[in-house]
Ligand binder design. Structure first.
Ligand SMILES: [Ca+2]
Ligand SMILES: [Ca+2]
Length: 415
């Protein structure tokens, strides 16, 4: 039985970040907010779950805007060893267990960000909450753990919003809304964003805002120190530009990989709520994205995909009318007659041992696939059409490798 874990220092976390050889999974939470102002309190709660069948080590580091270790109050109902004033946490998370770690501060509002590391894939999310002191209570935050039960009695929730860990990339974009008296609800709407720099060197971020008509409204540069953080509303960042009526897009381009999240603020009189906004790396827009939907077990019963695209699919073992566990996708080869299909399964950790062929509607195979390298459970095929051709990509699973976990990811390009 493990009774304690050595605490991983943030500097050690940063060493892990710099040392890809460690093969750690990294989860970036580009915003964390804590603190009390008058009758109001911010709390950030980080949920960390281990869905695997084995225990795993987990390290959590809290970082200031300047990129320095950030001491915050942490409390965890599931593990009282994690209660206290901490810059980082290190613990062993057993199979199928989940910890909810609350970050709080009895002092003024503070913001920073958090990084979570684990040698195994884990489930990480963060919930931001804003609470008002309940009437008839002192609102005093107990300084000694356990705190959570007392806080539940003392603070009523005003809003909460949750995020998944942010990806890290050089370029991002997200919808930006800044408007007095929005046309739908009459609320004042604004957009805030948070950026973390996971590099041990400074980066410069160039932010641009585009109108709904596609016009460039403003561009601003800002610097982030090594491991630094910045959280700001867009009307603060683009302070010299009138953003009283903007429904557009913000693009961020950095000199190194950054992690980004964004939130929308809706305010009317004394009511204010926040919700999270989807932020995607621009690299995600390089190819289309499609998902396998059933039934697609025959050429008659599928749809056309348009390269370049990627497909997320599963060869499941459920019985179906035909008794065949197969996914078909139709492609037309015309002005770009050469097609390349890459099907990943084994390299993604899927148990699927896939089959992959390119066929005519009558089932005649025009191209068969090969392993990407000998012994791998990933496959590829290429084919060049002699004229206009309608063909079908057929994916199956070798005997016994089909299941609800038997997922694949297929990339299709045409030249
Ligand atoms: Ca399927
Ligand atoms: Ca199918």
């Amino acid at each position: 039985m493990v009774t304690s874990r050595k605490s991983l220092s943030v500097l050690l976390l940063f060493a892990f970040l710099s040392a890809s050889a460690f093969g750690y999974n990294m989860y970036y939470l580009p915003q964390a907010a804590v603190g009390v102002g008058g009758d109001l309190q911010f709390v950030t709660q980080i949920s960390i779950g281990n869905g695997s069948a084995d225990p795993t080590e987990v390290a959590v580091g809290f970082v200031t805007n300047d990129g320095k270790p950030w001491a915050v109050n942490t409390s965890c109902s599931e593990n009282s060893n994690l209660n206290g004033l901490r810059e980082e946490l290190g613990f062993l998370l057993f199979a199928k267990r989940k910890y909810a770690i609350s970050m709080t501060s009895a002092g003024d509002f503070q913001v920073g960000w958090a990084l979570v590391l684990s040698p195994r894939p884990i489930q990480v999310s963060a919930t931001y909450g804003f609470y008002r002191r309940a009437a008839g209570t002192t609102g005093k935050i107990p300084t000694e753990p356990p705190r959570e039960a007392a806080m539940l009695q003392l603070w009523e929730p005003l809003w909460e919003a949750a995020v998944l860990p942010a990806p890290s990339a050089m370029e991002f974009s997200f919808p930006a809304h800044s408007r007095q008296g929005d046309m739908v609800y009459g609320a004042d709407v604004n957009t805030g964003f948070a950026v973390g720099n996971p590099n041990d060197v400074p980066v410069t971020v160039t932010a641009s805002i585009w109108s709904d008509a596609g016009l460039l409204l403003a561009t601003e540069d800002f610097a982030l120190p090594a491991f630094g953080h910045r959280a700001q509303f867009i009307n603060e960042l683009f302070g010299g530009t009138d953003l009283s009526s903007v429904r557009g897009v913000v693009e961020l381009k950095a000199t190194g990989p950054i992690a980004v999240m964004a939130m929308r603020e809706s305010k009317r009189q004394d009511k204010v709520v926040y919700s999270t906004i989807a932020v995607v790396p621009s690299s995600n827009r390089g190819t289309g994205l499609e998902f396998d939907t059933e039934p697609n077990n025959s050429p008659d019963d599928t749809w056309q995909i348009r390269p370049p695209t990627q497909v997320y699919g599963t060869i499941c073992d459920d019985d179906n009318d035909s008794g065949i566990n197969t996914d078909f996708y139709r492609v037309y080869l015309m002005d770009r007659p050469r097609i390349e299909v890459i099907l990943l399964a084994g390299s993604l950790g899927s148990p699927l041992n896939p089959t992959l062929t390119l066929e005519k509607e009558n089932g005649e195979v025009v191209a068969s696939s090969e392993e990407i390298f000998p012994g791998s459970r990933d496959r590829k095929l290429t084919y060049t059409a002699s004229g206009e051709e309608q063909l079908f990509i057929r994916i199956g699973g070798a005997m016994g490798s089909d299941s609800h976990q038997a997922f694949y990811r297929m990339f299709v390009r045409a030249f």
